[in-house]
Design a protein. Structure first.
Length: 575
């Protein structure tokens, strides 16, 4: 659909203000009964807003934009990264190490890592987590019939071999520097005692569509077990008393599906939500609104962490592309220089971010080195017009046309979110000034998990990803082009392909030499910006509101997706 106006959260603020004015004033002096009353019992529940629903509770078999928020409730990775990126074993009892002989690098470059599972690790049905669960998981994750969105690092593994029930050895085809750092989405186990026979039946559709994956039937290894699921409305989780790290302090987590930012803001201000997590749920503008109100009332805080890179994907697949001119590098460079991306970034992030050409944060040790070699595209409408003219596009009145008199049409697509709409409107306005005929398409929350729809955008798709190299380099990797045979899974939605970039990614992700890895990351970013495989827009923060008394939600390490990464530690205090 075409969008013509900006969204606003003013209505939510007005409603909250009216409600506040209408409330009776609190008594300034407590009565005798109040003074002698026992201390208030701490809440047993946390009410959490998430912007979209998941379609699969496993970590590798789908899930959608906010899947990570559910993953940490249902499942536990072998290793966890804290907010500073410091690793610690979680489901594993220890990390493999070359010092203790559990990480062996062979002369031919192959490797072996030995993992030990915590002795008290159990599935939600009480069955022990065993080595065969990891062996089975690898078989599923390497099956081309499975819609695995990211096959790293499993694609580098040859086998998983059980040593005993609680020990297994991973054989690696080649060097992998993070072989002892298997975090969320990395070879997470599957309960072979439940779904092993279903998989062995040889019907991928029956396996994937089984209610086990998307209902309270699901059995995971995480701190919470799903007990209720009202599709499109909410999921209710109960603390798993048998959790290997001990029963979680919070007895119940209620996850409410609220795709509209205004509604999230209103519910936070009215006291109906305790926090909100995920990539799209609150946004910069919503976060600023809640922070301003809570700073006045003392009801909570809003924590912003700059962990996401906003960028434009370009459609390169001729099967879906409706504007072939995008295949011309001059045209892509005209778009990059014809949009005032500095102003765009400042407006969307409320002054928190400048334009970002690459997915590195300025405090990253590699940023300065990469910044010195990448190609930059400062705002220059005259330069943009010149590039378009070189490519055969000139102005005829207010319209940009080619030699045949055909107008330059371009569709910009983005997901439904207040900040995203603001970003799209600014971009569309600047390109319209160049003479382009722009349509703006909003991807509704109901289609966020529709992989086929998401990859078939006809022009430009504005999106975001968590910042964490080298993993985020995969969004422009040839191997990540969506494959219909794999149910359109693949993070490189526009299907840009460059052999040089692919080679640098391979070095960055497999070399055991830190210097070689760093150089490869820098060179990959150089190639990406020279050829404009994607167009950088800015960096935005995930805004996590935290009601007073709730301890736990807050910053996360960019390379570990999911604001619920420490949900097993969340708790209430009376302060």
């Amino acid at each position: 659909m075409r969008v013509h106006r900006f969204g606003s959260i003013a209505a939510a603020l007005a409603i909250a203000a009216i409600a506040a004015c209408g409330a009776p004033a609190p008594s300034q002096t407590p009565s005798a009964d109040q003074r002698s009353a026992p201390a208030r019992a701490l809440p047993r529940t946390v009410r959490v807003a998430v912007g979209s629903e998941t379609d699969n509770l496993s970590t590798k078999l789908g899930g959608g934009t906010n899947a990570a928020e559910y993953n940490f409730l249902n499942n536990s990775p072998l290793v966890l990264l804290d907010e500073r990126g410091v690793p610690s074993p979680l489901l594993a009892s220890e990390q493999p190490s070359r010092d203790n002989g559990t990480w062996v690098v062979n002369a031919d470059g192959t490797m072996e890592t030995t993992w030990r599972i915590r002795s008290n690790a159990r599935w939600h049905d009480g069955e022990p987590v065993v080595a065969r669960d990891f062996q089975f998981a690898l078989r599923v994750y390497l099956d081309d019939a499975m819609p695995i969105s990211d096959r790293m690092p499993e694609m580098l593994m040859t086998s998983v071999t059980p040593v005993d029930d609680k020990t297994f050895v991973i054989a690696w085809k080649q060097p992998y520097p993070k072989a002892n750092l298997l975090i969320q989405r990395d070879l997470e186990p599957l309960p072979v005692h439940i779904v092993g026979s279903l998989y062995a039946a040889g019907d991928p559709d029956a396996f994937l569509n089984n209610r086990f994956w998307s209902s309270p039937d699901y059995v995971g290894t995480g701190p919470y077990r799903l007990v209720e699921w009202d599709p499109g409305a909410q999921l209710v989780y109960q603390a798993f008393d048998g959790y290997f790290m001990g029963p979680p302090p919070i007895e119940q987590i209620v996850v409410r599906i609220i795709p509209d930012t205004n509604t999230v803001v209103a519910n936070l201000l009215s006291g109906d939500l305790d926090t909100a997590v995920g990539a799209t749920v609150l946004g910069q503008q919503g976060g600023a609104t809640v922070r301003e109100r809570w700073n006045q009332t003392g009801e909570g805080t809003v924590i912003g962490t700059p962990v996401r890179f906003r960028y434009s994907q370009i459609q390169f697949d001729a099967a879906y592309l409706l504007q072939p001119a995008l295949l011309d590098l001059r045209v892509r460079r005209a778009i990059a220089t014809g949009v005032d991306r500095q102003t765009l970034a400042q407006v969307v992030t409320l002054g928190e971010s400048d334009v970002a050409e690459i997915y590195l944060i300025p405090t990253d040790p590699l940023f300065a080195k990469a910044d010195s070699v990448i190609t930059k595209y400062p705002y220059d409408p005259a330069r943009a017009a010149s590039l378009l003219a070189d490519a055969g596009w000139t102005r005829r009145g207010d319209t940009l046309v080619n030699s045949a008199g055909e107008p330059f049409t371009l569709d910009i697509r983005t997901t439904q979110n207040e900040d995203n709409l603001t970003e799209m409107h600014i971009m569309a306005a600047d390109l319209t000034k160049l003479g382009m005929d722009i349509t703006e398409t909003v991807v509704p929350q109901s289609r966020i998990r529709d992989s086929e729809y998401r990859i078939k955008f006809p022009g430009v798709n504005n999106t975001a990803m968590s910042i964490g190299v080298p993993d985020t380099l995969r969004v422009a990797l040839s191997a990540e082009c969506p494959d219909p045979a794999r149910r359109y899974s693949g993070s490189n939605r526009g299907c840009w392909s460059n052999p040089q970039y692919d080679r640098f990614y391979e070095i960055a992700s497999t070399s055991l030499d830190p210097s070689d890895r760093d150089d490869a990351v820098v060179q990959a970013l150089r190639v990406l910006t020279e050829n404009l495989g994607v167009i950088g827009l800015g960096r935005n923060a995930e805004m996590v509101p935290v009601r007073k008394g709730l301890v736990g939600p807050g910053p996360r390490w960019p390379g570990q997706i999911g604001d619920t990464w420490n949900v097993h530690l969340w708790h209430w205090t009376d302060s």
